[in-house]
Design a protein around this ligand. Sequence first.
Ligand code: GDP
Length: 219
Amino acid sequence: MIANQFPSMNISSAIFDRSASNLESCPDESLPEFAFIGRSNVGKSSLLNFLAGRRELARVSRTPGFTRLINFFTMSKTWRLVDLPGYGFATGARQDSARINQAVREYLQGRPNLYCVFALVDSGLAPQAMDLEFVEWLVENSLPFVLVFTKTDKVSATTVQTNIAAFKERLAEFCESLPEILTCSAQKQLGRGALLAVIKTALAGAQAEDADSESGHPR
Ligand code: GDP
């Protein structure tokens, strides 16, 4: 997707809604949700602050006691940004499935208003087994997702491209069609437009569907 095709989306407000430890304690399902997840240290908090244009948006998610909770933020009163706990540093790390915490699994598998998962991957690293396992789990569960390669400023552009190409090669082992792939650097403030464009496009699609169903014209 070419980001410049989309005029940038304005975020007029970003308000912390609540933290949830399971599916039951999540907010109602009235707003479209976009969830962000990655391994610890992937740059998620920095990216969320950059996206929202708020220095401290993700602060609550980093407060001790909140790191394993699902944190909801209402954006521009129209959609929710969902900050999911990182995977890979879980509970005993006995089995692959245990690495994705229970609340995250429940949320991802049971949320009808989840529009897209932004799966974050560190662009400075060769493909990591844990990231591939998580993405494979998303595919197995037929969840809509895009891949976001973070911290592109940290290594050379060539290294970023090499790591992305290697990741794509591994993805092809279990993905029939490759997902959309974005890159970003919170530090250099790059990639925001393309990320917000994904959200904007999804929201526009949902509005069009609503309008059609109200007028009795199925798409
Ligand atoms: P989280 O654990 O996934 O929430 O990651 P953080 O946002 O806390 O970032 C982890 C580390 O990576 C911190 O030292 C950040 O300063 C650094 N970091 C985050 N984003 C970037 C980036 O775009 N470029 C670089 N060079 N470092 C980053």
